[in-house]
Design a binder for this molecule. Structure first.
Ligand SMILES: [Zn+2]
Length: 125
């Protein structure tokens, strides 16, 4: 079923929609790295007073400093309150911007400006 869905149902579909996950974006105060987090609605969130609460210690991939967080969501899984130490919650757009910057920097690192691109490099790009 899933296989056929993927084959034939993709015209308007902008990709896989994760109905089971809630995403958060947290920027580390120490190194500035933005981490994307996924909370599973079924397994990670605890029922809390008509909404949900999520306890999580976030660690980024750069400085590995733990950021303990407590996130409160309403019954529609919308962020109501976020308590975090050592970091701050940011938007998906912030995350996207940083990912783009990282990609650009990686690109620049792979291609030193001093060296002109040769045809042999084509396969790698
Ligand atoms: Zn960090």
């Amino acid at each position: 079923m899933g296989f056929f869905k993927r084959l034939f149902g993709s015209e308007k579909n902008e990709g896989y929609v994760d109905k089971q996950g809630v995403y958060f974006y947290v920027r580390c105060n120490n190194c500035g790295t933005i981490v994307r987090l996924r909370a599973d609605k079924q397994y990670d969130l605890e029922n809390n007073d008509g909404g949900f609460v999520w306890h999580k210690t976030i660690v980024d991939s750069k400085c590995f400093r733990p950021m303990p967080a407590v996130v409160t969501l309403n019954s529609s899984y919308e962020l109501e309150n976020a308590d975090i130490q050592g970091g701050q919650f940011v938007s998906e757009a912030d995350y996207g911007r940083q990912q783009k910057e990282i990609a650009v920097q990686r690109e620049l690192a792979n291609r030193p400006a001093a060296e002109p691109t040769t045809p042999e490099d084509k396969d790698l790009s």
